[in-house]
Design a protein around this ligand. Structure first.
Ligand SMILES: *[C@@H]1O[C@H](CO)[C@@H](O)[C@H](O)[C@H]1NC(C)=O
Ligand SMILES: *[C@@H]1O[C@H](CO)[C@@H](O)[C@H](O)[C@H]1NC(C)=O
Ligand SMILES: *[C@@H]1O[C@H](CO)[C@@H](O)[C@H](O)[C@H]1NC(C)=O
Ligand SMILES: *[C@@H]1O[C@H](CO)[C@@H](O)[C@H](O)[C@H]1NC(C)=O
Ligand SMILES: *[C@@H]1O[C@H](CO)[C@@H](O)[C@H](O)[C@H]1NC(C)=O
Length: 482
């Protein structure tokens, strides 16, 4: 071994030569073997370069596979063993405010006679407003002066509507309570804040964050002792061996309701309704679920699986993620850009709250863009392409199709109130499953295998490399001979 001296580059070259002679990668030692002729050495050198090139190439394609094609969606057919979640119902009562709460509010604030009627009419329509009917909000100088005297700014519209609405899931009288039942079993119902004001959602897989109280005030709903008086289910499940599984969401005393059916993993879409009915609706749906393997969430990132779980929200206005909620956020951003303010029915508890539209802006700006806002793109595109708003899929979801939706005739006499029902008679025979087919350990094995195949390289070889250029180098410099 060369004696330690200060002849710069030569010593470094010698040391590298020493490594090549001792190292684990097989071709290296022939490059530095003094006995071999130049031709042989350059042949080995070329072989090495080619090997390293292919090794890096194959490794990079493994890495690419890991990042872009590591999950896939498979089809499951063993339908005998599945529990299928029934779809959700969202029901919006068409009479929004509670008479007695409104009367006591007016009494406390000295609103009487004609003013009271006019104010009721205004508030009722504001509470009932959505993209399709903003133009119906009545307005007058009198309304302006009432709002000014009360000190109600647009930011407080929703809070006032919430205060004047009675959450009928807490109604003590059972017959009048908004509840979701199947025989003697209760299914959880909550009041939610939607793009169509305050509505009731039953049979949902979404967390407690998706409730009117949480979205408006940031606190969880109160404990509902009436719901817990019987067996309480989060969602109604059915399996292949059951003929007919159903539930009814009822207890609406208003003159009419509007019903929405949607996947239990989603929220309603405001333009996907049954419409104004003074009887309830009975749906006969079909549902095909998309499930996920247990390790999907832990072993892959959002970018890899291209889907989000409910708790993985990156939205600004909403604490939970679903695809439709993400599209609502797109709508918020669009409305904010075009009309410079957002409607009152969106949660706005963020660090820099967006301006909320007063009712005049709602009437003036929104109706002419309503189809653009609802669809998020325009047919004869003055504005932008559909792709501007990108929303990832839900990792867990269901595709719900309705085979029939019939009015529930005579329900008011029978049940004492109106409501809608879901009655599922056919069960899916296919189910999609998101699976991990190339996990991080697969990536390691693949890279290790490639390096082993092309270079005979291994983990211990890597350790040896590090050792050679750290500890052994120090010994070498200090002058020990090994
Ligand atoms: C389906 O639901 C039943 C009753 O709710 C439960 O006992 C069973 O374990 C569930 N099966 C599966 C595969 O989850
Ligand atoms: C209005 O609210 C009161 C409680 O404040 C409740 O007792 C009453 O049933 C509600 N009326 C309707 C029609 O829901
Ligand atoms: C609420 O809006 C719906 C749909 O625009 C309409 O049919 C209904 O009459 C409205 N309700 C009230 C009380 O104005
Ligand atoms: C709504 O009710 C809460 C609690 O009763 C009250 O603090 C708040 O000021 C009310 N909001 C409006 C706009 O009246
Ligand atoms: C959320 O993530 C998606 C991509 O995963 C991105 O396109 C979108 O802009 C993000 N939204 C926000 C509000 O950051």
């Amino acid at each position: 071994m060369a004696k330690f001296n200060w002849r710069g580059p030569k010593i470094i070259l010698d040391y590298i030569k020493l490594y090549f002679n001792n190292c684990c990668i097989h071709g290296f030692r022939y490059i530095v073997k003094p006995m071999l002729i130049v031709f042989e050495r350059s042949l080995w050198c070329a072989l090495l370069v080619v090997s390293i090139y292919f090794c890096i190439n194959v490794c990079l394609s493994s890495v690419d596979r890991y990042y872009t094609k590591s999950t896939h969606i498979g089809l499951e057919r063993n339908y005998h063993f599945w529990n299928t979640t029934l779809p959700s119902l969202t029901v919006c009562p068409m009479q929004r405010l509670n008479d007695s709460l409104f009367s006591s509010y007016c009494r406390a604030n000295g609103i009487k006679g004609q003013d009271k009627t006019e104010f009721w009419n205004f508030m009722e329509n504001l509470a009932n407003s959505t993209y399709t009917n903003f133009q119906n909000i009545p307005g007058s100088d009198n309304i302006d002066s009432i709002l000014m005297n009360l000190g109600i700014k647009p930011e407080q519209y929703m809070e006032l509507i919430y205060n004047l609405t009675f959450d009928s899931t807490y109604e003590p009288v059972e017959k009048l309570r908004t509840r979701s039942i199947d025989g003697q079993v209760n299914i959880h119902v909550r009041q939610v804040l939607t793009e169509y004001g305050l509505c009731y959602l039953g049979n949902s897989k979404l967390g407690k964050e998706y409730s009117s109280r949480y979205l408006i005030f940031g606190s969880y709903p109160e404990y509902n002792k009436y719901e817990h008086s019987r067996t309480l289910l989060e969602v109604q499940l059915g399996s292949f061996f059951e003929k007919d599984v159903s539930f009814t969401l009822l207890g609406f005393t208003s003159i009419a309701i509007d019903s929405y059916i949607h996947s239990a993993f989603e929220v309603m879409k405001v333009d996907n309704n049954f419409g104004y009915t003074d009887e309830g609706v009975v749906y006969d749906p079909e549902s095909e679920e998309i499930t996920a393997e247990e390790n999907l969430e832990t072993e892959t990132s959002i970018r890899q699986r291209k889907c989000r779980f409910h708790h993985e929200s990156n939205l600004t206005h909403f604490p939970i993620y679903t695809r439709n909620i993400c599209q609502q956020e797109c709508r918020i951003n669009l409305a904010y850009r075009i009309c410079k303010c957002i409607p009152h029915f969106y949660p706005n508890r963020i660090s820099k709250p967006k301006t909320v539209c007063d009712y005049k802006t709602l009437k003036a700006c929104f109706p002419k863009h309503s189809s653009f806002f609802l669809k998020l793109y325009e047919e004869h595109g003055k504005h932008e392409k559909p792709a501007t708003c990108y929303c990832e899929q839900n990792c867990l979801d269901a595709v719900v199709t309705t085979k029939s939706a019939l009015p529930m005739i005579g329900s008011k006499q029978l049940l004492g109130s109106i409501g809608s029902a879901i009655s599922m008679k056919t069960w899916p025979q296919n189910r999609l499953k998101r699976q991990v087919i190339f996990s991080f350990s697969d990536l390691l094995v693949s890279i290790g295998g490639t390096a082993g195949l092309f270079l005979g390289f291994s983990v211990l070889g890597l350790v040896e490399f590090i050792y050679f250029f750290t500890m052994r180098l120090i010994w070498h410099i200090v002058g020990y001979k090994i």
